[in-house]
Ligand binder design. Structure first.
Ligand SMILES: [Zn+2]
Length: 91
């Protein structure tokens, strides 16, 4: 009987180790789908600037407003410092 409990303990231990190992190997599996670009990509413009920026650009100071990328492309140029995303146009 003692031997049975020992075996059970080994099995449970192995299961715990396996689940930890899995978490270590696939850390993002349990988080579900990562946030993909389902929502429109946002860039940032300033009231006076002619360019649009990433959110963390050092040129973004004071008033900045989030604008969908498609919209910003019409009225603004991409910043050369923060290199914001641009839409690739397939001809
Ligand atoms: Zn910028």
């Amino acid at each position: 009987m003692k031997r049975l409990f020992f075996l059970l303990g080994v099995l449970v231990g192995a299961a715990i180790v396996a689940s930890r190992l899995k978490k270590w190997l696939f850390p993002y599996e349990s988080l579900g789908e990562p946030a993909r670009a389902v929502e429109p990509e946002l860039v940032y413009t300033t009231a006076s600037g002619q360019k649009y920026h990433r959110k963390d650009c050092l040129y973004l100071q004071g008033t900045m407003s989030p604008v969908p990328l498609e919209e910003a492309l019409v009225t603004h140029e991409p910043c050369t410092v923060c290199n914001p995303p641009r839409l690739t146009v397939h001809a």
